[in-house]
Design a protein around this ligand. Structure first.
Ligand code: ADP
Ligand code: ADP
Length: 216
């Protein structure tokens, strides 16, 4: 079963994609994670994406589509995908639709994480990542056992460059302009499920699990 996680930056897509993947054997395909991996590895794609991401803008549809299609082809044996943060534009959604039809991969549902602007700003401002694994924390909501250190192997936690206050505001603006129209795009197709995402992680996770049990 394949799902899309749609929502503004900071809504909890990555956190809950990881939690659901652990429980139900999904393969999480997070566009942002794959782009950051390319930057770290110094690939051509990474070089093209680096400054765009730092400004809080979107990487071009063609680059992101090709990147995601490659990943899907490689991982096609997976039981189910969670597309996390992809698609983010109508152009990407149309390209994905064509690609999935060609590859005979059905889309079961699009989960729309619905969170208020104040919550998003607070979450992005307090987000920390493990420098090695990318595990997601929040300084208050989901803190590590020891401040600034990942629980898994004691690696330092880092702040994403695009989680600076000015860039956060730009990313929210970009979300409203380019990504929010996808809500109606998928609602018209009968695929959209709204999930209120302002609550704590345990309560949001409960709603997601209930939804998942209903649609699978
Ligand atoms: P967040 O978790 O805050 O939603 P992501 O990690 O998903 O952010 O994405 C980080 C950045 O990577 C985005 O701001 C954008 O620059 C780029 N990016 C991620 N996904 C896409 C996409 N589908 N299309 C274009 N750019 C993307
Ligand atoms: P997204 O992938 O949508 O950008 P993340 O999953 O990275 O969002 O979450 C953004 C920040 O908010 C992280 O610091 C994470 O620990 C925290 N967070 C995620 N979900 C919740 C929640 N339901 N309640 C409180 N904090 C959350």
């Amino acid at each position: 079963m394949n799902l899309i996680f749609l929502g503004p930056p900071g809504a909890g897509k990555g956190t809950h994609a990881k939690m659901l993947s652990e429980k139900y054997e999904f393969t999480q395909l997070a566009a942002g994670d794959i782009l950051r991996r390319n930057i770290k590895e110094g690939t051509k794609l990474g070089a093209l994406a680096k400054d765009v991401i730092a400004r809080g803008e979107l990487v071009s549809d063609d680059l992101v589509n090709d990147m995601m299609f490659e990943e899907i082809k490689v991982l096609k044996i997976a039981k189910g995908f969670i597309f996390d943060g992809y698609p983010r534009t109508i152009g990407q959604a149309e390209a994905l639709e064509k690609f999935l039809a060609k590859e005979n991969i059905p889309l079961a549902a699009v989960v729309n994480f619905d969170a208020s602007e104040a919550v998003l700003v607070d979450r992005l401002g307090g987000r920390r990542l493990c420098a090695v694994t990318g595990k997601i924390y929040h300084v208050r909501n989901m803190p590590p056992k020891k401040e600034g250190i990942c629980d898994c192997h004691g690696q330092p936690l880092v702040i994403r460059k695009d989680d600076e206050p000015a860039t956060i505001l730009n990313r929210l603006k970009v979300y409203h302009e380019s990504t929010k129209p996808l809500i109606e795009f998928y609602r018209k197709k009968g695929l959209l499920h709204d999930v209120p995402a302002d609550g704590d992680a345990a309560s949001v996770q409960k709603v997601l699990e209930k939804l998942f049990e209903k649609i699978r």
